[in-house]
Write a protein that binds this ligand. Structure first.
Ligand SMILES: Cc1cc2nc3c(=O)[nH]c(=O)nc-3n(C[C@H](O)[C@H](O)[C@H](O)COP(=O)(O)OP(=O)(O)OC[C@H]3O[C@@H](n4cnc5c(N)ncnc54)[C@H](O)[C@@H]3O)c2cc1C
Length: 285
């Protein structure tokens, strides 16, 4: 439970952090809240020889409303998101999601950028940011680029970020009055991490579903947008019959993981049931 030796560097600005990572290369890692990286280092799944502490880079810690988007700095903590009046008013599902993470001590230091970069398939944010159609802003010394969330989660614990890139911002479209969203996780009783989680964002045209983004995590190795389910919902009445029929398509063709706690068949069944619950919650039916 003792990490391998490493050198520690503290960055006071984004530029300083980016210069350090450029100079150090792949042997270095950013340290944000440390709530995933330090445990990984203690069991030696991660062995960076240099840590660049970015936790005090204040310019990456913000939540702001900019036109049709909410912009969230990569170093914003789970707790700040949970308590933010902008998030509670404009994207309440994200505040609820942040509240679901671990306990208050972890939420006080863990960051949304760290969580997304870590790309744990059982984490809370991935299905929510997928459903909300977020955009990730990544920056290196050479360039800044925007990554659509559909392209962001590549494999378990691997996101579309180059070793020298810092996740500086998450952009999330503000919810409109005819858009409904919800998130539910079934957490493991020992760890709190998701066995199954699901988030939806539904756009309504009167009584019908005009658009649907349905996303899952926990029971698959990569959190994903379920396009089959989303497409099925489009044009259908927003009622329980539609939801029940759509639930039959959940996880179709997906390899589902299983373990001693919850085998694959159970998780597949649970995913369908959680989907029904999330839809009912979003549509308030
Ligand atoms: C006991 C416990 C329970 C937990 N329960 C949950 C839970 O229920 N749900 C959940 O979702 N999570 C849970 N977590 C994880 C927690 O949410 C972490 O805060 C989060 O996963 C990582 O954020 P961090 O800021 O701590 O990142 P760190 O641990 O500092 O970094 C994680 C990884 O991301 C990289 N990184 C960090 N920031 C950036 C950035 N801005 N740009 C590029 N790369 C970056 C680091 O180099 C590292 O590889 C739990 C953690 C613990 C210890």
């Amino acid at each position: 439970m003792i990490p391998a030796p490493f050198e520690y560097y503290k960055a006071n600005s984004t530029d300083e952090a980016l210069k350090l990572i450029r100079d150090f290369g792949e042997e270095a890692k950013f340290l944000a809240g440390g709530q995933s990286l330090i445990p990984m280092m203690k069991v030696r799944f991660a062995r960076p020889t240099k840590l660049i502490d970015i936790s005090k880079v204040q310019e990456l810690r913000y939540i702001s409303l900019d036109g049709d988007y909410i912009k969230i700095g990569g170093l914003t903590t789970h707790r700040e998101l949970e308590k933010s009046s902008i998030i509670i008013e404009k994207i309440p599902v994200l505040a609820h999601c942040a509240h679901e993470i671990a306990d208050i001590q972890i939420r006080n230091v863990g960051t949304i950028g760290g969580s997304l970069a870590h790309a744990d398939p059982s984490a809370d944010y991935p299905p929510v940011v997928l459903a909300l159609n977020a955009v990730i802003v990544a920056k290196s010394i050479a360039q800044e680029r925007e990554i659509p969330i559909n392209d962001f989660f590549l494999e378990a614990f691997t996101a579309e970020l180059r070793p020298d890139e810092l996740l500086v911002e998450i952009k999330i479209p503000v919810m409109k009055p005819n858009e409904k969203a919800a998130y539910i996780k079934i957490g493991h009783p020992a760890t709190g991490f998701s066995v199954v989680n699901c988030a939806v964002k539904i756009t309504l045209d009167k009584e019908k579903i005009e658009k649907a983004r349905v996303a899952f995590g926990g029971f698959v190795t990569v959190p994903y947008l379920d396009e089959k389910v989303g497409e099925f919902l489009i044009g259908k009445p927003a009622n329980i019959d539609t939801i029940t029929q759509a639930s039959e398509l959940v996880a179709e063709g997906r390899e589902v993981i299983g373990d001693y706690y919850a085998d694959a068949d159970y998780r597949r069944h649970l995913a369908k049931s959680v989907f029904v619950r999330v839809m009912k919650k979003a549509l308030e039916i």
